[in-house]
Design a protein around this ligand. Sequence first.
Ligand code: AMP
Length: 130
Amino acid sequence: MASIFSKIVSGEIPCHKVHENDKFLAFLDINPLAKGHTLVIPKVEIDYIFEIDDALLGEMMVFAKKVGLAIEKVIPCQRIGVTVIGLEVPHAHIHLIPIHQISDMNFAKPKISISHEELGEIAAKIRSQF
Ligand code: AMP
């Protein structure tokens, strides 16, 4: 069965798209730790990030870098935290999270509450940087 992220890639379910190319897609996390929390995925469905071949993984990180630099321009933060968890969705993804302090990267804390309207506005702002 296709992962929820493959369904996003195919357009079967919607997302707040931030950026894409032929191999990768970036979209806002629906339950973010912070405003601008973005996920970067390969369009091809691969569960574990370390199953991605070296060349594609390298390209994925370069794509994530471009997206992270775009997020930084529109979301006030000290840095973009970069992490991989992958316990919930079996489709490899990199989390890009605008942070001010280490505790902003704590995935065990409650997610922020944010409307679809605001997610849409944030995604549009980030998209405008490309
Ligand atoms: P993990 O697999 O542990 O890295 O977590 C998966 C992440 O995907 C979580 O932060 C979820 O909030 C996020 N997520 C799950 N479904 C969606 C979706 N349909 N759109 C955007 N983000 C999602």
